[in-house]
Design a protein around this ligand. Structure first.
Ligand SMILES: [Zn+2]
Length: 204
């Protein structure tokens, strides 16, 4: 016999499929939701659908945004000669929180994974190459993908790909432990990783 009614089981399963939510947390959340007032439930559902409806990808940097181009791409104060390449919109938020970086971004929405033979088409790498071709004012691409095998493979791929163009490709490095996610780095570590970046195009 099932422990819960089918609708509750379904809610637990759906919540449990979200990243970072284990079975116990899903159960806890489900029962919390069921205990919420009608008004609170409605405002939660409204927040989800509003974010879904209003959020799009910036047509320039592919960050999530309510306006296109996004506020960062539209900001005349930003340094248009540097592009920081990150895996996810979360990483843009992490770098922005640091207030050190004044250039622009490009969000890949994934990384190149040679082992899982994950195709480059799953990312916005083609759009990045296209963007660089159209914007000769971009002189340096800083690859700030996570310090993982896939993140490093992506950095290497970009450095080889961009070497003939003369655009400098660098990789943030020092201070970030192998296997770590950018979003968990503290501001100081991130700032020094950015400052101590290593040029890849010299050796590619
Ligand atoms: Zn943008």
């Amino acid at each position: 016999m099932a422990r819960y009614s089918p609708s509750i089981q379904n809610l637990i399963a759906k919540l449990g499929s979200l990243p970072g939510i284990g079975g116990k947390s899903a159960q806890k959340l489900a029962f919390h939701i069921l205990d919420m007032s009608d008004e609170d439930t409605k405002s939660l559902l409204d927040a989800i659908s509003e974010a879904r409806n209003l959020t799009k990808k910036c047509s320039v940097c592919y960050n999530f945004t309510d306006s296109n181009p996004c506020p960062i791409c539209s900001d005349p104060q930003r340094d248009k000669s540097v592009l920081l390449v990150v895996e996810s919109p979360k990483d843009v938020a992490t770098f922005e929180r640091m207030h050190e970086y004044k250039g622009l971004y490009h969000v890949l929405h994934g990384v190149f994974d040679p082992i899982k033979s994950r195709s480059l088409e799953d990312t916005t790498i083609a759009q990045l190459i296209d963007r660089l071709g159209k914007h000769p004012e971009i002189k340096e691409v800083i690859v700030a993908t996570n310090q993982t095998a896939e993140g490093n493979a992506t950095a290497l791929f970009l450095s080889r790909m961009l070497k003939p163009s003369g655009i400098k490709v660098s990789r943030i490095a020092s201070g970030l432990p192998m296997g770590s996610d950018i979003e968990y780095a503290d501001d100081l570590t991130l700032a020094s990783a950015l400052k101590g970046r290593i040029t890849l195009t010299d050796e590619a």
